[in-house]
Design a protein. Structure first.
Lengths: 313, 215, 494
């Protein structure tokens, strides 16, 4: 019975996140445009783009193997699966019995690995270049991500996100310097993992400057739709993670509809605030040269490590 | 509530200090210093309100005006006039610098456990952050080449001392604080004048070129 | 009004007048008379102290005890000498057309300002005020260092200000921590930072915090005094600043910074027992003397040579206090007195030689200066003999006292190292001076040095030399009383 409920909740959560993800992406685009004194795309543009891609003709590289086909699907599946491990409205993840932080990071890493390998599979120089660049950043970003998550895990005494959130809700509003350090570090990682300025420009297709885009250059139509959707989903996921670890106030501790509604409003508000923060970070910084990106990520690594160390001191 | 604000501001100061280490652009470094001073003023104001020490409010206002607004404006104007905006490669690259600063932060926190306020509580964090920022400021001073960054490092050290003063002693007598602030402003002004002269003479802010006098 | 306040007002007024535009003669007269009045007021203040009416002002924020009185008198003395020599120095530069009205205003304004700040240091009872006064001396002297406006001047000024400010930041942290160590017991308001208050509640101060504070304060004020390893700004600053300013730095500020170090040391002694800060002072002093030695041997500039000599002397004084015996403390204070009486001669004569040759670098001056500038060279040799501690001059006796205190106390190894360093220093100095002064006169193909003239600067140097020599055999009674009173403060205040 419990497992059925859990799977049902997981489906609901995954579906909901999937539905909201393109909205977030467009919202950030619109805010950036507003800051640049433009009007920006309409808020539903994300959905329109996905629909357009889904209806396009499927063009596949002749020289690629099944890995090329599997890439976007595994990436999408991984992102979707990851959403079931993260508490969103309720103070607990639907499938939290399956695993905690490590499983989350591992799933996302699996998706990234699949996409990178698929990029290599096409044999095009852009694909190889994009894959290598992305992996370089990931090599630094992932330890930083884990350290930042471990800092919170240490405070809660468990690696499960649900336990962490419940613990924080019980504790009430009380801060530790390690929280701010971890937040700063993780925020930089979020920027890096979602491929935003100053790490990567999501709108560029110039050979010298693209990282994520280079990996997905060979995809078209429904394949591309899957990749785009999954990226948007990952973005929403990371922001939700930040909300969970640092601002969990307002999450529902029971399944009462009122509580869930309140939690939905709270979550939407917090995601919006974080989106503003991301927009500001993107708009006030210039894109870093590729060789400078490890420096930025090492700053984040340092902050995360400190967050961990200070808990002991 | 007070405790949370204090801890958040102190942690924020530490974050700005660490970001300064990873920073290459001079303008951002100056802005980070301004943010740090603002957080310091908020700490002072919070303690002033919570402990009813009204002279500390004066100090807080002074800190905001002088260190968060005036000095950054003066430094940015100096950098503008000189026209050099980026730090050249410091003596130590960023990841190594960060590693060392991490170590320094750990040391700062360890030392702070010896104080009489005990190993817990807000004071522990305030002193720990202050000592860490002090050590990071010292490190910046030793490893940076641009004159302006050295001034910023010096000012960071002053901020750290001020944080210790506010966090541990709830502020020193007002007249003393005024005198100290006045002195700091004068020192920054004179440093600014010297930087101008150095750039006029040497066509660069690289103080590692000031190495003719040896022995 | 209080004579103490007048003592501080006098140089301030002189500085204000000097900073305004005006005719040269008037300025020269103002400077000399202003500093003379200051010196007289210092003597009056000290006399009042000796008559058991210790002056104090501003609710004891300014206070004169034995140590303050001694330092006050010495600083006033060197201020007057520096002012008189300064007039002569500037006249020589004016003759060569090197002095703009702005530079003149800076000089006549900053020298008395510097004297004011030094005097403020020596009478501050409030630790916060003490810090502010030391910072004022730093700020006053920066533009004196850039006086000649050379490339190297900028470098020296930058190092001086940055290292000085860093040292003062440390000293501030030390002061804050010391204040924190006595949180509940010190009370409120200005009086909480008074040194006398600290001495009263010394046993109740929190040990860890105080220890940390003392370390930072000693390092900070030690930077200003020029103790190794925080001495690196000294040689550059001494070379670049004009000689009258250097005299103030080398004697006045050295005494002032040492005064701060001693005040901190006394608090530490009262609260933590003598071993902690005495050990620190002994280490720093020994390090200074040992480090100064090789640099004197390989030196290339006259004023830098004297800078290292100054580092050596402050090291000797620190060792004297750090040995932890009454004789050591007495020796250190005696050393301070004799040093203040004898060092000006060295800087005056070296400064004259430098001005005549238009540079103080050895390769400009070297070779038979005796023939070109007999008076200045003989004065320099005389001063070199005195400051390296040869008998029968005063510095020999003070060094002997310190050595005795060391050997008969428990620090035999340290004292032996100290002795060896002193001997090597003497030899090195003798070598350098000999090279400079003796030998066949050099032929100058271009840019020949100016001929020597017996002007105001030279006259001041001769007077200073006479005072230095006479003091070897006779010290005025009140001065001896002051030294005794100061020793009592440094040693016997428990």
């Amino acid at each position: 019975m419990d497992t059925v409920l859990a799977f049902g909740a997981a489906l609901l959560q995954a579906g909901g996140m999937l539905a909201v993800a393109p909205l977030l992406k467009t919202a950030i685009k619109k805010m950036k445009a507003r800051l640049q004194n433009r009007k920006g795309p309409p808020l539903l543009q994300g959905y329109y783009d996905l629909l357009k891609l889904l209806r396009k003709e499927l063009v596949r590289s002749q020289t690629a193997s099944w890995i090329y086909v599997a890439g976007p699907r595994v990436y999408f599946a991984a992102a979707l699966a990851a959403t079931t491990l993260v508490p969103v409205l309720y103070a607990g993840a639907p499938l939290e019995a399956a695993g905690g932080i490590l499983l989350l990071v591992g799933t996302l890493a699996l998706g990234r690995f699949a996409l990178a390998t698929a990029a290599l599979d096409t044999g095009s120089p852009f694909g190889g270049m994009g894959a290598s660049r992305d992996m370089t950043i990931a090599a630094l970003a992932e330890p930083a991500l884990m350290l930042g998550l471990f800092a919170s895990a240490l405070a809660a005494g468990s690696l499960s996100l649900g336990v962490m959130v419940r613990g924080l809700l019980q504790q009430g509003l009380s801060f530790h310097p390690s929280d701010l350090l971890a937040f700063a570090g993780l925020f930089i990682i979020v920027i890096a993992e979602t491929g935003r300025i100053p790490v990567d420009n999501p709108a560029t297709h110039l050979e010298l400057t693209m990282i994520h885009e280079a990996m997905v250059l060979e995809y078209a139509g429904p394949d591309l739709a899957l990749v785009e959707w999954a990226s948007a989903l990952k973005e929403l996921l990371y922001l939700t993670l930040l909300v969970d670890l640092f601002l969990p106030a307002g999450m529902a501790t029971s399944v009462a509809p009122v509580a869930l509604l309140v939690a939905l409003l709270a979550w939407a508000g917090k995601i919006f605030l974080l989106a503003i923060l991301v927009t500001i970070a993107e708009s006030t910084n210039a894109k870093l040269r590729l060789f400078r990106v490890p420096e930025l990520v090492s700053v984040s690594l340092g902050l995360a490590f400190l967050a961990l160390a200070i808990r002991f001191l | 509530m007070t405790v949370n604000v204090l801890i958040l501001c102190a942690a924020g100061m530490l974050v700005t200090a660490l970001l300064m280490v990873g920073q290459k652009a001079l303008f951002t470094a100056i802005r980070l210093y301004g943010a740090q001073s603002l957080l310091l003023a908020i700490v002072a104001a919070t303690i002033a309100i919570s402990e009813g020490r009204h002279e500390l409010l004066v100090t807080a206002v002074l800190t905001v005006t002088l260190k968060a607004i005036l000095i950054p404006w003066f430094l940015m104007r100096t950098v503008d006039r000189i026209g050099i905006h980026r730090e050249i490669e410091p003596f130590l690259n960023v990841p190594a610098s960060l590693l060392i600063c991490l170590g320094l932060t750990v040391i700062g926190y360890r030392v702070s456990t010896g104080f009489q306020e005990g190993a817990e509580g807000v004071s522990h964090h305030l002193i720990g952050v202050a000592l860490s920022i002090l050590l990071i400021g010292l490190f910046l001073m030793v490893t940076r080449r641009k004159a302006i960054t050295q001034i910023l490092a010096l000012l960071t050290v002053e901020n750290a001392v001020f944080l210790v003063a506010v966090g541990v002693t709830s502020g020193m007598p007002l007249i003393v604080e005024l005198g100290i602030s006045f002195d700091v402003i004068l020192a920054v002004l004179i440093l600014g004048i010297l930087v101008h002269r150095i750039v006029d003479r040497f066509e660069s802010m690289d103080v590692s070129r000031l190495s003719n006098l040896k022995g | 009004m209080n004579v103490l306040v007048w003592t501080l007002v006098a140089p301030l007024v002189t500085a204000a007048i000097g900073g305004l535009p005006g005719p040269r003669r008037l300025k020269e007269a103002t400077l000399v008379s202003g500093l003379a009045v200051t010196f007289l007021l210092c003597i009056t203040t000290a006399r009042q102290f000796l008559e058991a009416r210790p002056p104090s002002a501003f609710a004891d924020a300014l206070r004169v005890d034995g140590l303050s009185a001694l330092v006050l008198v010495l600083c006033g003395f060197v201020g007057l000498l520096s002012g008189t020599y300064g007039v002569g120095y500037l006249r020589r530069n004016e003759a060569r057309g090197l002095v703009t009205p702005r530079l003149r205003r800076e000089f006549y304004g900053l020298i008395p300002a510097y004297v004011f700040a030094m005097l403020l240091v020596s009478v501050s009872n409030n630790l916060g005020l003490l810090w502010i006064a030391v910072e004022l001396t730093t700020l006053a002297s920066v533009f004196l260092i850039t006086f000649h406006d050379r490339d190297t001047s900028l470098e020296a000024a930058w190092k001086f200000l940055v290292l000085g400010s860093l040292g003062l930041a440390f000293a501030l942290l030390g002061t804050v921590l010391m204040f924190a160590a006595g949180r509940g017991d010190l009370g409120e308001g200005m009086a909480a930072l008074h040194w006398t208050r600290f001495m009263e509640v010394a046993p109740k101060l929190h040990p860890f915090t105080l220890r940390l504070g003392v370390v930072f304060a000693l390092i900070g004020y030690g930077t200003k005094a020029g103790l190794a390893p925080m001495h690196t700004w000294k040689p550059d600053a001494y070379r670049e600043a004009p000689s009258p300013a250097v005299v103030l730095m080398a004697v006045g500020m050295l005494n002032g910074a040492l005064y701060c170090v001693l005040r901190v040391h006394l608090i530490s002694k009262a609260a933590l027992g003598p071993e902690f800060s005495s050990g620190l002072l002994l280490t720093l002093g020994l390090l200074s003397v040992v480090i100064a030695t090789p640099f004197i041997l390989i030196q290339w500039n006259l004023k830098r040579l004297l800078a290292y000599s100054s580092i050596e002397h402050v090291g000797i004084m620190a060792v004297g206090v750090g040995l932890g015996a009454e004789a050591g403390a007495f020796g250190a204070l005696l050393h301070m007195t004799y040093h203040s009486l004898a060092k000006p001669v060295a800087f005056f004569s070296a400064g004259t030689l430098g001005q005549l040759h238009r540079s103080s670098d050895f390769d400009r001056i070297r070779g038979g200066t005796f023939s070109r500038a007999p008076i200045a060279s003989s004065l320099f040799v005389l001063s070199a003999v005195i400051i390296t501690g040869s008998p029968p001059f005063g510095l020999f006796f003070s060094e002997m006292t310190i050595l005795k205190a060391g050997f008969f106390g428990s620090h035999v190894t340290a004292t032996s190292v100290f002795l060896v360093a002193l001997v090597v220093l003497f030899c090195g100095f003798a070598y350098q001076v000999g090279h400079l002064v003796l030998g066949s006169p050099r032929e100058f193909t271009e840019d020949a040095p100016d001929p020597e003239k017996f002007d105001l600067g030279m006259a001041t140097a001769v007077v200073a030399a006479v005072i230095a020599v006479v003091s070897a055999f006779y010290l005025p009674g009140p001065l001896i009383a002051l030294i005794r009173a100061a020793t009592e403060v440094v040693w016997g205040s428990l």
